[in-house]
Design a protein around this ligand. Sequence first.
Ligand code: GLU
Length: 282
Amino acid sequence: MSAAQPYRGRLAPSPTGYLHLGHARTFWAAQERARANGGTLVLRNEDLDSTRYQMEFVTTMLEDLRWFGFEWQEGPDVGGAFGPYNQSERMAFYRATLEQLRAGGFIYPCTCSRKDIQAAVRAPHAEDDDEPVYPGTCRDKLLPTLNSQPSTRFSWRFRVPDGETVAFTDGSCGEQRFVAGQDFGDFIVWRRDDVPAYQLVCVADDAAMQITEVVRGADLLKSTARQILLYRALGLTPPKFFHCDLMRDEAGVRLAKRHDALSLRALKAQGTTPASLRHSWR
Ligand code: GLU
């Protein structure tokens, strides 16, 4: 990022359930950082996971965010120069990104593990991100593929540079180091059911939307290492990163959409005000 580039941040919620207080706290940090830098905040609707995504959640997600006090300058409901802001409308762009990776020799078709493949579309939050390092079963199979057109026979996997340390300085968590092939293995960028994976769409969109700083939960630190490899493969410069602490319940469990009582919806129904919730974070 050059010093002259104006700050652009983003909120990237997935409409897979009601947003809860943990989301709000991370998003608030993103909004505050955009404001402090006189920047622009983009709302990107990450609605690719059609198995979990429900139209109703898109509407409630936008309502809940506005109720809480979020204001974005670009997004699916307000437009902007970098749209569309619904990922479901960006498929052609993701395909072109996949093709660029294929042409560069960075990915290979893989016929393994349906479970891995289904998980790949979602951001691998905390407990989901302990997947074993892919053993490389399909790495050198040279399955016959003419191009990166979708096929129900295989997914596409990114070949990580085994043994290489991916290091970055996080704006909140400090120095980070992950070793490719040890901390994480070859990861899926496109599922065999023709859905692009989170890692690919996140990088493609953050770059295309000229995001200068990604603010998100600390459970995605390892994904950032994966994404830095994708930026490099695509000849793109990574943004800055700022990973926030996760909010936990009294038992120390990371808040998730299953914590209904802490959903913004429920808090609003109880008459709680956003200001009092924000105050409790101090
Ligand atoms: N939609 C993703 C999620 O909900 C976004 C992760 C990110 O901010 O990169 O986890």
